[in-house]
Design a binder for this molecule. Structure first.
Ligand code: NAP
Length: 251
């Protein structure tokens, strides 16, 4: 993979302040992109990512907004495009969980997860698409989950949001192919981040027993898959789901 393949391009990573998003910001910066680091509330963490990028010789902009708020998304992205330039690489990574068994799941927990994980990606794609189409080149990479494919007890809202992202990915891939834009989904398995840090030990042990590679993945291993899909090496891949899950499911 050409190391500075994204030189001169801008990349927006939603939820770039922590975990997988942070690793994606650092990796896209290594590829030469100017990175817009989105976050919702954790400014300190986002600033630390920006400092790390700058210490490595890259450049970044902090772009706070709530991905579920259409007006905020539109305002922040159009402001960035006006001040800095078009967003050629969009990584829809921001995501949350609000777990509970279906029969007891609160409507607000269903709505919150769907509005951030699924509608958030829709909002960001709509806000970036017109400019990406003008550039006749773009990469949209959505972050799904293995759970969107196999389901998981207690995660009806989360699994539905991630399965929805797969359908969104395949459809937008078809709609935008003629404009030189590829749209793919990276579906991580169980990755060591804040999101999984709170899992009880017995659940972690059971999960590890089901992963053929016998360990959780790292954010960097997910970032490498995103880097590949953002690179020229992946120019003929669109509408694809790339699983990064240690063999948990093989497709
Ligand atoms: P994480 O460590 O909990 O970080 C979540 C990130 O999303 C943070 O940067 C957070 O910003 C941001 N965020 C949350 N709500 C937001 C909103 N409304 N608007 C903008 N940003 C928002 O999560 P992670 O484990 O890195 O997960 C990243 C993605 O990978 C998610 O889509 C998740 O579903 C997916 N995934 C994770 C795993 C896993 O095992 N960890 C597995 C499969 C898929 P703040 O810092 O401001 O809160």
């Amino acid at each position: 993979m050409c190391e500075k393949a994204l030189a001169g391009k801008n990349a927006l990573v939603t939820g770039g302040s922590r975990g997988i998003g942070r690793a994606i910001c650092l990796r896209l910066s290594e590829m030469g992109a100017h990175v817009a680091i989105n976050f919702s509330s954790n400014k300190e963490a986002a600033e630390a990512v920006k400092k790390e990028i700058e210490a490595n010789g890259g450049s970044a902009t902090l772009l706070p907004f709530d991905v579920s708020n259409k007006e905020d998304v539109k305002g922040a992205i159009s402001g960035f495009i006006k001040d800095v330039g078009p967003i050629e690489v969009l990584v829809n990574n921001a995501g949350i969980t609000r777990d509970g068994l279906l029969l007891r799941m609160k409507e607000e927990d269903w709505d919150k997860v769907l509005s951030i994980n699924l509608k958030g990606a829709f909002n960001c794609i709509q806000a970036c698409a017109m400019n990406m189409m003008k550039c006749k080149w773009g990469r949209i990479i959505n972050i799904g989950s293995v759970v969107g494919t196999i389901g998981n007890i207690g995660q009806a809202n989360y699994a539905a949001s991630k399965a929805g992202l797969e359908g969104l990915t395949r459809t937008v891939a078809k709609e935008m192919a003629s404009r030189g834009i590829t749209v793919n989904l990276v579906a991580p398995g169980f990755i060591e981040t804040d999101m999984t840090a709170g899992l009880p030990d017995e659940i972690k042990e059971r999960l590890l027993g089901e992963i053929p590679l016998g360990r959780m993945g790292s954010p960097k291993e997910v970032a490498e898959a995103v880097a590949f899909l953002a690179s020229p090496a992946a120019s003929y891949i669109t509408g694809h789901t790339l699983h990064v899950n240690g063999g948990l499911i093989c497709q």
